[in-house]
Ligand binder design. Structure first.
Ligand code: NAD
Length: 259
């Protein structure tokens, strides 16, 4: 089931949107959604072949898309990709920091190296992308930064200590971006996805069907969360129409819990 029956046309006409983790899952859905509404999009992701095929899919649908194979923990590579996108697209109007990893490791078994990797990609990668985009946004006195946390921050799931620590950090970080960006026309908001059926999520656990079923049972909206649900929320916060909303967190999870 998708929810694109209410796609507004032209909302991102003349705008550009850069999405980290944009080759797959929720990142791709957000890029495709904004492209469908007129945005020139840039995808940053780890693997060249995944980036190329995502860009090709968008171009085949008639959209303007650029791709960058870069690791969000590599500050120089993210700065270079962002600068190139600014040149190609003429601006960096929207940044979506979707790149993230969520390995399941019990705290007792977790090494410091594993902890650092999760925090470095999820929280550090949000820093590098925002740090690279903010100067362009300040210069043009316009920007929309949408960071990605997770509904798990309200649950404290076993096996997700580093992940939940990193995703809580992103909420606090976003509030500071909102404070510093506000005087320059830059908003920053955080989307907290609930359990959303991306390919990664559908294959990450042996009991995925049961896991999704249990979650859906608690939701006010009794159906599985789809990538389009997150794309809808991100597109709103990435649009001009969210100008007076900043520093906020938006939980998108069918109402199984309330923020
Ligand atoms: N799907 C869900 O249920 C859910 C729920 C809550 C939060 N989230 C968050 O949403 C985001 C996307 O989740 P998804 O389900 O689409 O996962 P996904 O694995 O399909 O997508 C994540 C993307 O990030 C990329 N990536 C990972 N490490 C990277 C790095 N170092 N540099 C650049 N790119 C990197 C991956 O290659 C992948 O394309 C993640 O941040 C995740 O924590 C997802």
């Amino acid at each position: 089931m998708t929810t694109n029956y209410h796609v507004a046309t032209g909302r991102f006409e003349g705008r550009s949107a850069l999405v980290t983790g944009g080759a797959n899952g929720l990142g791709y859905a957000c890029a495709a959604r904004m492209a469908a509404e007129g945005a020139t999009v840039g995808l940053i992701d780890l693997k060249q072949d995944a980036v190329d095929s995502a860009v090709k899919r968008l171009q085949e649908q008639g959209h303007t898309a650029f791709g960058y194979a870069a690791d969000v923990t590599d500050e120089a590579a993210i700065k270079a990709a962002t600068a190139d996108f600014n040149t190609q697209a003429g601006s960096v109007d929207v940044l979506v920091t979707m790149a993230g990893i969520f390995p399941w490791v019990d705290f007792a078994e977790m090494t410091l190296e594993q902890w650092r990797q999760v925090v470095d990609v999820n929280l550090g990668g949000t820093f590098t992308a925002a740090h690279a985009a903010m100067p362009f946004m300040k210069q043009q006195q316009y920007g929309r930064i949408v960071t990605i946390s997770s509904g798990t921050v309200m649950l404290g799931l076993p096996g997700q200590s580093a992940y939940i620590a990193s995703k809580n950090g992103i909420i606090g970080f976003t509030r500071v971006l909102a404070r510093e960006g506000g005087p320059h026309g830059v908003t920053a908001n955080c989307v907290l996805p609930g359990l959303i059926a991306t390919e990664h999520v559908l294959t990450m656990r042996e009991d995925t069907d049961e896991f999704i079923g249990q979650t859906v049972a608690f939701q006010c909206v009794p159906r599985r969360g789809e990538p389009a649900d997150i794309a809808d929320a991100v597109a709103y916060l990435g649009s001009e129409g969210s100008a007076f909303v900043t520093g906020q967190q938006l939980y998108v999870g069918g109402g199984d819990r309330f923020v």
